[in-house]
Design a protein. Structure first.
Length: 191
């Protein structure tokens, strides 16, 4: 939220604004931000959707968190987006890139030591961020999903300890395939 998208020709926003069309019809960006925060925090406290740790499971996770706010919750975006000048996957390739990426997850889930898990998890999270499948809500979906992945793999991660000041630069570095910082961040969250 804090870092806005560079979106192009955006049908997701009310005409002439950068406020995303939303279920309440809020046109004020700060009101929408507050509503979004509140609802996603409430939904995050409920049990998250169970699944096979595939792309459909990830879409259900986003839907769960954002179902009260956006009609397109759980649906891949149809527009190009970027952050800080970093373009994310073009919409026409999102579906196939997600399927390819999630096919690599068994490597993380079968890790037998924490360092192997951290290495696979950082690689996966960096790629997932580079795809950035949703118009909004990628960061929150990433963390919710990674928490489930850690639990399922036997290496639980405590995302309540995330420090945005260091986590965000680690995510940005991962976009350039530099994973040292992100590995250190994830390692520091191991329970
Ligand atoms: N310049 C950048 N390059 C690559 N990734 C970035 C950049 N800036 C932010 N990100 C990542 O984008 C994700 C946030 O995406 P998005 O804004 O869709 O999610 P959100 O859930 O709405 O926001 P937040 O994660 O801030 O709560 C985070 O993982 C963040 O680290």
């Amino acid at each position: 939220m804090a870092v806005g998208y560079d979106a192009f020709d955006d049908p997701y926003s009310y005409k002439g604004t950068t406020t995303l069309k939303n279920k309440l019809g809020l046109r004020d960006a700060s009101l929408l931000e507050a509503f979004e925060l509140e609802m996603t925090a409430l939904r995050a406290r409920e049990p998250l959707p169970r699944g096979k740790f595939d792309a459909a499971h990830y879409r259900r996770t986003h839907h769960h968190l954002f179902q009260d706010v956006y009609s397109w919750a759980g649906k891949y975006r149809t527009v190009r987006t970027a952050k800080g000048g970093n373009p994310f996957c073009y919409p026409e390739y999102i579906d196939s890139e997600m399927t390819k990426l999630f096919a690599t997850l068994p490597a993380a889930m079968s890790a037998t030591d924490s360092e192997h898990f951290i290495s696979e998890a950082a690689q996966f999270l960096g790629e997932l961020n580079a795809i950035h499948p949703f118009r909004e809500g990628n960061g929150r979906s990433q963390l919710a999903f990674m928490a489930m992945l850690g639990d399922e793999s036997g290496f639980p991660l405590d995302f309540s300890r995330v420090k945005r000041r260091t986590f965000m630069p680690a995510m940005i570095a991962s976009y350039a395939r530099e994973l040292i910082l992100l590995r250190a961040e994830l390692r520091s969250l191991l329970r």
